[in-house]
Design a protein around this ligand. Structure first.
Ligand SMILES: [Fe+2]
Ligand SMILES: [Fe+2]
Length: 193
């Protein structure tokens, strides 16, 4: 909760600084466009879980994560030029909802295994961007924001992994590979369109 408040304050400061000092370079806008699409998908994934699951434990888990993802989405939206959103956003939102709802239909273990798979991908995705941004460079503040978001995703991944207790089965491992492949294509598309 404390981190969320810090994240929002930091976002406002970055937004003000970018506003004052011009546009972000195209490569960074492309990165943020993919991040924005991913966070929109994450919000919808947790909404999909909440649309289907009646399990109180799963619902509490999803509601908590949803609040964090809404914060991430607002933070990225605030620092990214509005006109730069991907045109594929409705598809990301629909795919996110379906991913959450389908896992919820299969039960709590599927929900946690799915979240573990998704957040593992997001952790690596943010890590690649953080490496591209220098800690002392002109976008060090954006880098810090992405690092804070990444830490939340790691917490989500680890919480989900703890709830599956490593007992995910062969199907779930295949699902993790499929998620990584699907998201790689989706990120590429969001960066381009
Ligand atoms: Fe997120
Ligand atoms: Fe997350």
């Amino acid at each position: 909760m404390k981190r969320s408040a810090e994240l929002q304050l930091q976002t406002r400061l970055i937004g003000a600084a970018n506003h004052a000092s011009h546009e972000l370079p195209p490569w960074l806008v492309a990165d943020l466009r993919a991040d924005h699409a991913g966070e929109a998908g994450a919000v919808m994934m947790y909404r999909g879980i909440l649309s289907v699951s009646k399990d109180p434990h799963v619902r509490a888990f999803a509601e908590r994560h949803l609040r964090t993802e809404c914060g991430h989405l607002a933070s990225i939206a605030e620092i990214m030029p509005a006109r730069s959103q991907t045109r594929l956003l409705p598809i990301w939102r629909m795919m996110g909802w379906l991913t959450g709802a389908l896992s919820a239909l299969l039960g709590p273990r599927a929900v946690f295994a799915n979240v573990q798979a998704v957040e593992t991908f997001v952790d690596h995705h943010y890590q690649e961007q953080i490496i591209r941004l220098s800690a002392e460079g002109p976008f060090a503040d954006v880098r810090q924001l992405l690092a804070d978001c990444r830490q939340d995703e790691i917490d989500h991944r680890d919480e989900a992994a703890g709830l599956t207790m490593g007992n995910v089965g062969h199907m779930a491992k295949c699902w993790q590979v499929l998620i990584a492949m699907k998201f790689k294509v989706a990120v590429w598309l969001a960066r381009k369109f």
